[in-house]
Design a protein around this ligand. Structure first.
Ligand code: GLC
Length: 439
């Protein structure tokens, strides 16, 4: 067994840390402007104009079964979808608002179909729920709010009752965790306590756990689904640490105790969560695979996001990115599932990353750059029983100590090195993996 112990949390993360790889889905009215899910506030779009999206929202090609099939092929084992994002629009048939998909030309409870589709493909199902709400009449205007620069922002904010909004959230979370069967993850987003206004806007206050009444919100969720995994973004620590838009380079630790924590990086294929037509910064195939490997090599999970178009399908760039994972995971997933950071005694050579099976028996060497002829693995002499490429199960020969060639006599190899003999041509897989079966 590997030696890592993570900080104990209220929910059940055992399946989660085994599965390692999930799909994030950001879908909402913002798919129509197609200029980032924050478009309403970025552009301070008027309520009147934003209502057009509600009026014409019609994802006629919405087919979550197709998404689910692609997610499964990509090797993703669970999924988290927005039930409501910051814009406040609900994709489910809530009795506490009219601002929901069933009241648009779409006419459907999109969450119901989503849950059924992903469950049918055998994936675990999660809900993202935005704490922020730019539509709810009781949500006080703050520095992130679309109406912040209106001349009468102060007047508009009068009489807004945060308690009522907090109650609204509890009611909706109750609906979400009651009407759709077992839900595995609840992903709240996000707190910004202390981000208050200044100058003429100093009456604007950031929001955190007290505003959300997060303790009650979490208690509500746990009473309905005790084992559910909840993230930390209500501002109250739960199960999940969620680094976003940067990749941790070591296992994430608890701020106070230093314990290892359960963490999940969430990332985008391009620079936006919601569908963004003109965004061009799509990550390269190599980078996509490396991000997954890097994550698991530091003991974390990866949640990769897709932002479906307003017609409800995944655009070709997202499909291509998923295909990159599908092609790689088809043959290499054994170095991901049930794997974690390698024991500290194993130091990967340059341009390589290790993962290790949690039972300790196998070490996986991922080659980000493919070297010529030999690869030295420090400290592994005498510790390996067998080595093979993972993608095709073909044997990889090796020696120990020093390279066996007349010209290599003076090579100052280390007796503890294991030296792999590599074929000259890089195998036909983006990141080749060698499986080392340990003594
Ligand atoms: C950010 C953004 C948001 C996105 C989320 C995903 O907090 O506000 O748009 O949903 O990250 O992690």
């Amino acid at each position: 067994m590997t030696s890592y112990v993570t900080r104990k949390t209220p929910g059940d993360t055992s399946w989660f840390t085994h599965d390692r790889f999930g799909m994030f889905i950001h879908f909402g009215l913002y798919a129509m402007p197609a200029r980032h899910e924050w478009v309403k506030t970025n552009e301070k779009i008027s309520e009147e104009h934003y209502d057009l999206y509600f009026k014409y929202f019609n994802p006629d090609l919405y087919d979550p079964r197709d998404w689910a099939r692609q997610a499964k092929a990509a090797g993703m084992k669970y999924v988290v979808m927005t039930t409501k994002h910051h814009e406040g629009f609900c994709l489910f048939d809530s009795q506490y608002t009219d601002y929901k998909s069933t009241n648009t030309p779409c006419g459907k409870d999109l969450i119901k179909e989503y849950v059924d589709a992903f469950r049918a493909e055998g994936l675990r199902v999660g809900f993202y729920y935005s704490l922020i709400d730019w539509h709810h009449p009781d949500f006080p205007i703050d520095v992130l709010h679309p109406r912040r620069d209106d001349a009468d922002a102060f007047e508009q904010s009068q009489g807004r009752d945060m308690h009522k909004y907090a109650e609204y959230m509890r009611n909706q979370v109750t609906e979400l965790l009651t009407n759709y069967g077992k839900i595995d993850i609840l992903w709240f987003d996000f707190s910004y306590d202390g981000r208050d206004g200044d100058g003429a806007q100093s009456w604007m206050k950031g929001k955190g756990k007290n505003d959300w009444e997060a303790d009650k919100l979490i208690a509500t969720a746990r009473s309905l689904q005790p084992d559910i995994i909840i993230d930390n973004r209500t501002d109250i620590e739960q199960d999940l640490w969620t680094p976003e838009q940067y990749q941790p380079v070591k296992w994430v630790t608890h701020q106070e105790t230093g314990e290892l924590v359960t963490w999940e990086a969430c990332q985008t294929f391009s620079g936006s969560w919601g569908y963004y037509r003109d965004e061009q910064t799509w990550k390269s195939p190599e980078m996509l695979i490396r991000m997954l490997v890097n994550t698991v090599s530091c003991g974390g999970n990866l949640l990769m996001n897709v932002g479906p178009t307003s017609r409800g399908y995944l655009d070709y760039r997202a499909e291509e990115a998923l295909k990159v994972y599908a092609d790689w995971m088809k043959y290499n997933s054994r170095s991901i599932y049930g794997c974690t950071m390698a024991e500290p005694e194993f130091t990967a050579p340059a341009d390589c990353r290790y993962t290790q099976s949690v039972d300790g028996s196998r070490l996986y060497l991922h080659m980000f750059a493919y070297p010529f002829a030999h690869l030295r693995l420090p400290g592994l002499a005498g510790k390996v029983k067998y080595a093979q490429f993972l993608h095709d199960g073909s044997e990889v020969l090796y020696t120990e100590g020093s390279i066996d060639h007349f010209s290599a006599k003076d090579e100052n190899g280390d007796a503890g090195d294991l030296i792999l003999y590599l074929p000259p041509v890089k195998p036909h897989t983006l990141v080749p993996v060698i499986e080392l079966i340990l003594e």
